[in-house]
Design a protein around this ligand. Sequence first.
Ligand code: AMP
Ligand code: ZN
Length: 136
Amino acid sequence: MREDNCIFCKIANGDIPSKVLYEDEEFKVILDLGPATKGHALILPKNHYHNLYDLPDETAGKVMLLAKKMTVHMTEKLKCDGFNLVQNNGEAAGQTVFHFHLHLIPRYAEDGQTLGWKPLELSQEELEEIKSIIIG
Ligand code: AMP
Ligand code: ZN
C-alpha cells in the first residue's frame, strides 16, 4: 500500500536511502533530516496512511509500543535527559509530509529547543462549553 510521489513511502520501502535505526516488516525508524536535537527520529509505517485519521487501530497500537521501546533504548544510548513524542495531523497542526509519522525527539537539559504553546486563559464556563461539545 504505497502512494506515488510520497517521499516517506520511498524511504520506508528502501527506494530512497536514509539512516535506519530500526526496521521490521511493518515499520522503519529513521533519523530526521532536519532534526530538532541530536537523535531526532521518525517512526514510519511501510504502508501509506496520510495521518492518524486513517491509521488502522492495530497499527496505532504497534506504533506506541515501538515508540516506547525506541524511547527507552535511545535514552540509554544517547544519555538524553528527556524525550518528546510529537505527531502532527493536518496542515493546521504543522504536518508537512502526508504519510503518518511519529517524531521521537530526545531532549537534553541545555538543548535550547522549545516545543510548546502559549496557554489560553479560558474561564470555567468556556471549559464547560468545550467539554460539552466534545462529550455531547
Ligand atoms: P511533519 O512536519 O510532522 O510533517 O514532519 C516532517 C518531518 O520530516 C520534518 O521533521 C522533516 O525534517 C522530515 N523530513 C522531510 N524529508 C525527510 C527525509 N527525506 N528524510 C528524513 N526526514 C525528512
Ligand atoms: Zn507514503
